[in-house]
Design a protein around this ligand. Sequence first.
Ligand code: RUG
Length: 812
Amino acid sequence: MDLRQGIGLRKLGKTADEFQQDLLSNLYYRRGTTVESASARDAYETLSLTVRDRLAERRARTAAAHYASNPRWVYYLSAEYLLGAQLEQNLLYSGTGELAASAVKALGFSLEDVEDLDVEPGLGNGGLGRLAACLVDSLATRDIPAVGYGIRYDLGIFRQVITENGQTELPDDWAFHGNPWEFPAPDDRQTVGFYGHTEPVPGSTTRKVWVPGEIVLGEPSHMLVPGYGTDTVNIVRLWSAKASEASFDLSRFSAGQYAEAVQEAVRAENISKVLYPDDSTELGRELRLKQQYFLVSCSLRDIVRRFRLRNENWDEFAEKTVIQLNDTHPTIAIPELMRLLVDEYELEWDRAWEITRKTFAYTCHTLLPEALETWPVRLIEKLLPRHLEIIYLINMHFLRTVGARFPGDQERVRRMSIIQEEPERRVRMAHLAVVGTEAVNGVAELHSKLLRETVLDDFAELWPAKFQNVTNGISPRRFIRIANPRLSDLITEGLGGDGWVRDLEKLAGLESLADDASFRERWRSIKRANKVDLAAGDPDSLTDVMIKRFHEYKRQQLKLLHVVTLYQRIRANPAGDWVPRTVLFAGKAAPAYHAAKDLIRLIATVAATIAADPVVSPYLKVVFPSNYNVTLAEKIIPAADLSEQISLAGKEASGTGNMKLALNGAVTIGTLDGANIEIHARVGDDNFFLFGLDAYEAAQARINGYQPRAFYDHDEELRAAIDALGSGAFGEVGHRVASALLGWDEYLALADYRAYVDCQGRVEEAWRDHDRWTRMSILNTAHSGFFSSDRTVADYAARIWRVSPVPVPQEN
Ligand code: RUG
């Protein structure tokens, strides 16, 4: 029986009866229980398996089609994936929602009961990890042969609990009950080396033998990634670190030294134990580098294994393979591929370099200097001695190119070198990523431009054609079709079909409906119903949301100053005609990022003060739900009226929350930063509240010796807000935040305060006119088509990957 040909697969039932039969058979034979004693968890597990079977059947056909066509593959290497809850998605993608509802009902449960047990794998921090999930969704939807590679962290991003004391972190043992969506593939296990030394190969000047001092096993399992409206099912393959048998010290165990006996094994398995809970800042720790190399080493060996299933000639490798590096985290893949080709497969250096450079592409996600990874030379030397030698060789060849192009320009050579010399010798991973790839892209137009003009300017001058922009996008399935079923149904009705879910530009057809009073009325009532579901505050109030990681550059502190100003205005004039507002903050701060945690605590304290104030609380409410994740985002986004995108211009690479909110009809108040600029360009000035310094003005303000105190001195309301925070009424934390703002204000919150607060006045004016607001809301959705990750993937496919779809033949 040749499964590659799809022969021998039993057909799965399509009717309600057949689905139910399949569910029952899973209940009996795979779950080992009966209808009479089935718990909600039994129902969840069994339903998940039944749905998974349907996707697995499509997966088998996909694998067969891919094998037969021996296509060019996209391999997406990412240290993070925020895949979101799987059950609801897979019901939608397999078209089994109704069958599932009736089948679980027969077990005595509702679909909602069962969905509540579906835990999202929180294998990422924020935007970067969620982008990876949106891209793999769209790769499958576009029928592009692709595998996403990542790490199966035992503990995902921490669970956050918010109290008046701020954020507390709890471990996220996401797979505690098991994960029904995952297929272990122990046969594809890989061996990964660390530490040790290198030895010369007699007769070769370039080859070396690396003798590692520690061996760890990488065991893969994969999750299915179905395409929407197509039969393609791709996979995300996640690696778990396992100790080799040799790492268990039986002699110590026999001698009663139980802890010592397993010490080495524990150390090995720690590699995939926990996700580093950090976003946009550097973490120069050895375990992090170990994670990066572990991901890279396992994935590259797997990629090579897959290549060799159908191909023999290494010259075809770069034709059949493109490996996208999601940020610098997997950049050690460049010397690793060189090592495999030169040391293990014995290719000449130049040929190996040609293949390597053509195989990789690099996406940069930041402009923040602290997020551009560098690793101490001595750490790489200790952990990956062969890789350091290879990096030196790559650098030597590269600097010769620079020297030939710019003779005598030693300063330029120093700036561009992969090795930073001062104050300590470090490997600049972004430089390595640019040197070792065919294409480099930023994630929004402004970001890509600033990369070329600032952080990577020397490289852009040397290789202008290498630099591209691919503006991020979001999955319309996850972020409107699943998250906002009411609005989706209305859109489908308004557009006369649901083709927009696969072709989001079709939303432009809503533009004319913005003038239809009855359509507007239904639109408005859906927003209200979503607010009732969210239950965060009065559904008739302006729901003003700021949902994102806590970081000073994103400027939650500016939003807080606005809240304090509103509070003070209402207190000063309780009889005023105030627009009732619910301000919702959600987001996590890295556990070691004290300034961000201070801000969370301060917001929680201010929220409690406002709630306790009978004069202000009828008009202003601040809520801070705990544990922002994909699942919570899916509840908040459909209920939002106002989307806060107020980062200091030039700091947010793109943002994707801005797109999700606009797609769901929230109107943005934002700066000219990241993808805000592209949203603004599409929805137009009338449907976007723009304020603040642009990126050039912001940079100039710093150069000109920015003085936050000048803004404090000249703006009475600002002064009152900062004084209130610093007064002691909000404790030591209020004092710290106020002092930081007055003393340095790294992200120019005070410079943008007046423009922001006045712009919020214009927001309120627009909100009072319900028709105007609803029209704005509809037009935001109508003009969000560009921000589909299907478009992002099409851009990558055409301009960077040069791949074509391989459609999967339908079941016969
Ligand atoms: O901060 C960026 C976001 O602006 C962007 O939208 C997202 C996806 O491209 O990536 C975020 N990011 C950047 N997360 N980590 C980094 C560190 O480089």
